[in-house]
Structures are given as structure tokens and as C-alpha cells.
Design a protein around this ligand. Structure first.
Ligand SMILES: O=C(O)CCC(=O)C(=O)O
Ligand SMILES: [Fe+2]
Length: 327
């Protein structure tokens, strides 16, 4: 089985081709918790500036500098790296919706200044802008496709979101055979609302399909994938389930990937859209505090659970038998 790519190039909300693309995006999200798309953003020069220059420079910094990237509000919020046996490092830029936080990030890593990176942080701003636009298009399509007619509710959904960028580096394992692959990130679901994942040249990302097989997402230059996290399950009342995915990289090639993620800003609760709850679709999840959920997902109980979201805020199903007894 394979996931069909949806072409979003040149589409405008409500314009020609929008409805067909919306239906294809929704079908893919419902079936797999993700959608592979071609779209107008992340052009060749931008990718080259980010993956060819900015990221190698960032990950080339001394460990002490990278470790200054700390963010405690969510699990794995800051720098991840130096994990024994794992050739993986990742940095998170907490807020990419404006130029200020991007400049602050550069200032934190290069306190003496780094004009080159600051110029390139425009690269990061451009990249984030393209990713935000894509996320907003895809989520709008999914909510519309599932039957949300209230445009204000969709706008309000986006107004509560903040966007962050995770930049990841997967190193090589020279001790393994030339053509071997290794699991670099074990199978997991993201706790966020959605992640737009861009792979650069080297493959690795795999998503699990309903028959249990793994689909390798092609690292094509004009393609990226939008992956649903657990919070989107809450918003869509379980119609879209978070995507189970993992990373399996070739042992002999370095790999970079970026993830543009979104989460409600602190203090916002995530709840199912009114129009997606009815008699045929009873409420599946209670309103949930996304930051408390991120803690739970990584707690001992959450890690052991097969369905952390259900354990955290699932509404127990009422058996028809019980209803009869009560009536
Ligand atoms: O590197 C990738 O392609 C995806 C990484 C990922 O799934 C994650 O960091 O949550
Ligand atoms: Fe992930």
C-alpha cells in the first residue's frame, strides 16, 4: 500500500480544484493520520540555505552552546543530544511566528554575534512562513472536509496556535554495514496538533498504515508531509487519529530534517469542534490541557500505555446495556 500525494500547488480557498484537493487531504488524514503533499513553499534555494548552510553551522557548534537551548514547558522542549548510542541531535526554536524570537535564538547560540546566521535566520523565518501557510491550508481542508461549516470556529482554532521549529540531525554509524539502516527514532505519536515534516535528500521517515505495514515517505525536493498529532484527534473528535511514525536512516549518510509544529499557546484548552460531536459521533475526549498532556505522554504511565491520549482524557464508552438499565 502507498500513500497518494496530493497536489496543493496554486490552490486558493474556495477556488478551482480546492474541493477535490480538500476531499483527498481529508481522506488521507482519516485513513493514515497524515498527508503527503506537493505545494508552493520550501523552494530549492530556501532548502539549500537551510539544510546546506544554516543547519550544519548550528549543529557544528560546541555542545555547551547547543545546551543553552532550554525550554521546559513541554517534554523534549530544548536541545536533545549526547544520548549514548544515539547519533541524533535536535534543537527547538520555540517561537517562529516573528523575527524577534528567531533573533533571540541566534543571540543565545552566538552571544558574540553571528551576522551570517542572522542573515540566514531570515531563511528560518521564510521557511516557517511557508510551513505555517501549509499547515493552515491542510488543517482548514481537513476540518471543512469533516463537515465543519463554521468558518469562525476554524479561524479561532488557528488563532490559539503557536508555531515552533524543530531541527534535527541524524549522524552516521560507521561501524555498521554500508547499506544497513538503523532505527534512529522509535515508533511514536507526536503530542502536538500537527507537524509539517521536511526531509532533506536522505530518506528515513516511515509512517504506519492501517494494515500494520510501514510506508517510507520519499525525501523528494518538492514534497513534504503533514502529520497529525494527538491534539488533532481531540479537535476532530477522533475522526483523525494521530499518525504512528518512526525514523530509520541509512547508516552511512547524514540526514537533516525539520519539523514545523504547532501547539495551543499556554492557558488554552483543546476541545472537540462542536460540529464534529453528534449522536453518531459521541464525544471521545474531554477538553485537555496540552501541556499537561505532553507531561503525561512521557510519564511512566504514559510510556507504558498503548493509547496515552485515551488514558489521559478519553470519555469512557457507555455500553447500550448500561443505558437500558438506567432508562
Ligand atoms: O526526522 C523526521 O523525519 C521525523 C522526526 C520525528 O518524528 C520527531 O522528531 O518527532
Ligand atoms: Fe515525531
Amino acid at each position: 500500500m502507498e500513500i497518494t500525494k496530493v497536489d496543493l500547488r496554486g490552490l486558493e480557498s474556495g477556488g478551482r480544484g480546492w474541493d477535490d484537493a480538500r476531499d483527498a487531504v481529508t481522506a488521507s488524514m482519516v485513513a493514515y493520520g497524515c498527508v503527503v503533499v506537493q505545494h508552493d513553499g520550501f523552494g530549492r534555494d530556501l532548502r539549500q540555505a537551510l539544510f546546506g548552510r544554516a543547519l550544519p553551522e548550528l549543529f557544528g557548534l560546541p555542545v555547551e552552546a547547543k545546551q543553552r537551548n532550554v525550554y521546559d514547558d513541554v517534554q523534549y522542549g530544548g536541545y536533545i543530544g549526547q544520548i549514548p548510542g544515539m547519533a541524533y541531535e535536535s534543537m527547538r526554536l520555540q517561537d517562529v511566528s516573528g523575527a524577534g524570537p528567531i533573533r533571540d535564538f541566534a543571540g543565545l547560540l552566538w552571544p558574540q554575534g553571528n551576522p551570517a546566521f542572522c542573515a540566514r535566520s531570515d531563511t528560518i523565518g521564510e521557511f516557517a512562513k511557508d510551513g505555517m501557510k501549509l499547515e493552515q491550508t491542510v488543517t482548514r481542508m481537513v476540518l471543512e472536509g469533516l463537515g465543519v461549516r463554521n468558518r469562525k470556529a476554524i479561524d479561532a482554532h488557528h488563532e490559539m496556535l503557536g508555531y515552533h521549529l524543530r531541527m534535527s540531525y541524524y549522524g552516521t554509524s560507521p561501524d555498521q554495514k554500508q547499506d544497513a539502516t538503523k532505527v534512529s527514532l522509535p515508533a511514536h505519536r507526536d503530542y502536538v496538533m500537527t507537524n509539517v515534516i521536511v526531509q532533506h535528500e536522505v530518506e528515513g521517515l516511515e509512517v504506519q498504515l492501517s494494515d500494520g505495514s510501514w510506508f517510507a515517505v520519499p525525501p523528494e525536493p518538492d514534497t513534504c508531509i503533514v502529520v497529525a498529532g494527538d491534539l488533532l484527534s481531540v479537535v476532530t473528535n477522533g475522526r483523525v487519529q494521530a499518525c504512528l511514525h518512526r525514523v530509520r536512516t541509512p547508516s552511512n549518510r547524514e540526514r537533516f530534517a525539520t519539523l514545523l509544529g504547532c501547539m495551543p499557546t499556554a492557558g488554552c484548552m483543546v476541545r472537540a469542534m462542536d460540529e464534529l460531536v453528534d449522536e453518531d459521533h459521541p464525544l471521545m475526549y474531554r477538553p485537555c490541557d496540552p501541556y499537561a498532556y505532553s507531561d503525561f505522554q512521557y510519564s511512566e504511565q504514559g510510556r507504558k500505555s498503548n493509547d496515552a491520549l485515551k488514558d489521559f482524557c478519553g470519555v469512557p464508552k457507555i455500553e447500550p446495556r448500561v443505558l437500558l438499565l438506567r432508562s
